[in-house]
Design a protein around this ligand. Structure first.
Ligand SMILES: Cc1cc2nc3c(=O)[nH]c(=O)nc-3n(C[C@H](O)[C@H](O)[C@H](O)COP(=O)(O)OP(=O)(O)OC[C@H]3O[C@@H](n4cnc5c(N)ncnc54)[C@H](O)[C@@H]3O)c2cc1C
Length: 236
């Protein structure tokens, strides 16, 4: 797509899917320093450092979505709360469809600008990214459906996606092995008129608190994963 040329060529792991990138980053690190399933609930200034969930730290570098970070802060003035509220975004439901058929072509993904084709704005042929992404002789499609507010009924959505892909001649319905649905609350930044001003206020507030921010929703920049990793390396 014009304007998206930087995405025309990309690297993808042969084994382990995209998660293997995260695993490779984590591998050389001291494992006892990595904590998983550890939601940050409170971030408080304490002397020259911070208390995070009541535990002392010298520094806070946050990559959690700014609106989630806001919930963990105390003493946030009303105008700053309004600025956090001014950071709008859309969510996405990702529907994976497993198909009992070998890949039909070598396409990576297709955009769907017209609602008549289905609820999805893009489908990705994940099984074309690496032969290890699907068993031999099978293929998969990942359909992305954006939404705002509460998640849609995922059972109904999976059925609708399969029906539409069938109608669009992108699969035969009777070849579908199974479907899975996942949601991401924070998917795409919405570039509203109030975004720039709100973001400026939020960033200045966090800078004054001594909290460093990075990442896509952590710093509200339209970053793909490579840019997130680049900015983290630059920061470090
Ligand atoms: C549908 C979709 C498709 C995409 N496709 C591509 C692609 O093909 N290629 C590409 O390069 N990029 C793609 N991206 C973008 C890529 O996913 C992001 O750029 C990248 O994941 C952002 O990394 P991050 O570390 O900033 O944030 P995230 O990966 O979102 O990580 C933020 C983390 O913070 C955690 N968190 C939230 N609240 C708390 C809390 N209170 N305490 C602790 N942790 C918390 C979340 O659970 C999450 O794990 C896609 C994004 C979407 C939504």
């Amino acid at each position: 797509t014009e304007g998206y040329k930087h995405q025309a060529r990309f690297w993808y792991p042969m084994e382990g899917g995209f998660e293997s990138v995260v695993r490779a980053v984590a591998k050389p690190l001291p494992q006892e320093r990595i904590r998983l399933n550890a939601p940050v609930k409170t971030v408080r200034k304490a002397g020259t450092g911070f208390l995070v969930n009541g535990e002392e730290f010298e520094r806070v570098v946050s990559t959690v979505p700014l609106k989630e970070l806001a919930k963990a802060l105390d003493d946030v003035p009303e105008e700053i709360v309004r600025a956090f509220d001014g950071l709008d975004s859309t969510s996405v439901a990702s529907i994976l469809v497993a198909i009992d058929e070998p890949p039909r072509d070598d396409r990576s993904w297709i955009y769907f600008p017209h609602a008549s084709a289905g609820p999805f704005n893009r489908i990705t042929h994940l099984s074309n990214y690496s032969p290890a992404n699907a068993p031999e002789g099978k293929r998969s499609i990942l359909a992305e459906v954006t939404y705002r507010g509460a998640p849609p009924d995922l059972d109904a959505l999976q059925e609708q996606v399969v029906d539409c892909l069938h109608a669009d001649q992108l699969l035969e319905k009777d070849r579908v092995l199974f479907t899975r649905a996942f949601t991401n609350k924070y998917a795409y930044i919405l570039y509203t008129h109030r975004l720039e001003e709100s973001l400026g206020v939020v960033r200045r507030f966090l800078e004054d608190r001594g909290i460093d921010i990075l990442g896509r929703f952590g710093n509200y920049q339209y970053f793909n994963s490579d840019q997130c990793i680049r900015s983290a390396l630059d920061f470090a």
